[in-house]
Design a protein around this ligand. Structure first.
Ligand code: HEM
Length: 391
């Protein structure tokens, strides 16, 4: 029996054998008891990403029953939980503050923070890659961008971790996750009030002053955006850095290609995104009856887009289950496609590049202690909670 349950802890260890079976045996998979469809082939996931009229975000992108209402989606996910034209309006407004220039300008500061974490680890012999580095940098970057003071970032990371953590056997947001959501909300409510009173040169202050053809963001919209940034921009990038180092350590032949500079760090990052993406799955509400590969999905159904599986589809990627840092990854769907294409893709790539460049110039001799590693348990974020390394 083929069972795909995104909450199952066993699946989080290695979902790829199951994805392969889904693509082969049930590309339009139906989970009757949990009441969802799952699309695992690249062509189907791509189609759903591009067709937001039939595959809607208006109830959010999570499978958790508590999150799947238009109200919860709007409050928790901001414009990720909306369809055009609401999505277009809000993404358009936020984009005026979250500009490529603002992102590019962060590079020197990202490097400085990276060095600040890595230099003290030289000579330590070993440490936890996530606790001491990869788990900290992305929250620092989002915080610098939004204007969150350094002293508060550790607490924010804890809340963000709780938001994505799922308990074994609980097919919804656990109470600790809901509590963390409330705390984050209160935190940003206070910070926003402060910035309205005394604006600074940060994104939060910029968002309070934005105006586009007489339109502006209200407090509730800014708070939801902060929430989206904390989850979308933090957890995913932490996992990307961890996954990149983990998979390179597991593939000595590929490691040699990075060591000799035959292949660039940028290519290594792209292949990590394809091979083991930190975002594995996104949900969509089906808005009208649609047929896919002979299966009828009805209006009101829930469809899960298995990005992690699409990136391993042999119809698109030759020898897809091989980690090959030099391959063409341009068809990968790791940052989505269409209207909701990841707004932070260039920032994530920038962070990962700086992190791995600075890592390589200090710790190219690293070894991962896989036996002591542990994974996060989330229904869509994939990566390590702890990853001990020796250097
Ligand atoms: C490895 C890192 C990352 C991955 C794999 C990733 C993945 C994704 C994916 C797949 C989507 C599309 C969701 C959908 O279609 O339902 C998305 C959307 C989004 N991401 Fe990322 N992301 C990453 C990093 C970031 C960062 C660093 C930021 C912000 C600083 C960010 C901000 C966003 C936002 C705001 C959206 C919503 C876009 C919209 O709805 O129009 N992401 N991300």
């Amino acid at each position: 029996m083929l069972e795909y349950d995104p909450y199952a802890y066993a699946l989080h260890e290695n979902p790829y054998p199951l994805y392969e079976r889904l693509r082969g045996e049930a590309p339009v998979y139906r989970n009757q008891s949990m009441d969802f469809w799952a699309l695992s082939r690249h062509a189907d996931v791509l189609r759903a990403f591009k067709d937001h009229t039939i595959f809607s975000n208006r109830e959010g992108v999570s499978l958790d029953p508590k999150s799947r209402t238009p109200e919860a989606a709007r409050i928790g996910m901001s414009f990720l939980g909306m369809d055009p034209p609401h999505h277009t309006r809000m993404r358009g407004l936020v984009s005026r503050g979250f500009t490529p220039r603002r992102v590019a300008a962060l590079e020197p500061r990202i490097r400085e923070m990276t060095i600040g974490y890595l230099d003290p680890l030289i000579g330590s012999g070993g440490f936890d890659l996530i606790d001491d580095f990869a788990g900290r940098l992305p929250m620092d970057v989002i915080s610098e961008l939004l204007g969150v003071p350094s002293a508060d970032r550790r607490q924010l990371r804890k809340w963000a971790d709780l938001l994505v953590h799922r308990e074994e056997g609980v097919r919804d947001v656990p109470p600790a996750g809901s509590l963390a959501f409330g705390k984050l909300r209160s935190y940003f409510t206070e910070l926003l009030a402060e910035r309205r009173k005394t604006p600074r040169d940060d994104l939060l202050s910029v968002l309070t002053k934005l105006e586009l053809e007489g339109d502006a963001l209200d407090d509730m919209e800014i708070l939801s955006f902060c929430n989206l940034m904390i989850v979308a921009g933090n957890e995913t990038t932490t996992k990307l850095i961890g996954n990149a180092l983990y998979w390179l350590d597991k593939h000595p032949d590929q490691r040699k290609r990075i060591d000799t500079r035959e292949v660039s760090i940028e290519h290594w990052i792209e292949e990590t995104l394809r091979y083991d993406n930190s975002t594995q799955m996104l949900a969509r509400l089906v808005t009208q009856d649609v047929e896919i590969r002979g299966h009828r999905l009805a209006a009101g159904d829930l469809a899960l887009l298995l990005v992690g599986s699409a990136n391993r589809d042999e119809e698109v990627f030759e020898n897809a289950s091989a980690f090959d840092v030099g391959r063409d990854t341009s068809a990968m769907l790791s940052f989505g496609k269409g209207a909701h294409f990841c707004m932070g893709a260039s920032l994530a790539r920038l962070e990962a590049r700086v992190a791995l460049e600075e890592w390589w110039s200090r710790f190219s001799n690293f070894e991962v202690n896989s036996a002591a590693a542990s994974r996060v348990h989330s229904i869509n974020v994939r990566g390590f909670a702890h990853l001990p390394v020796e250097v």
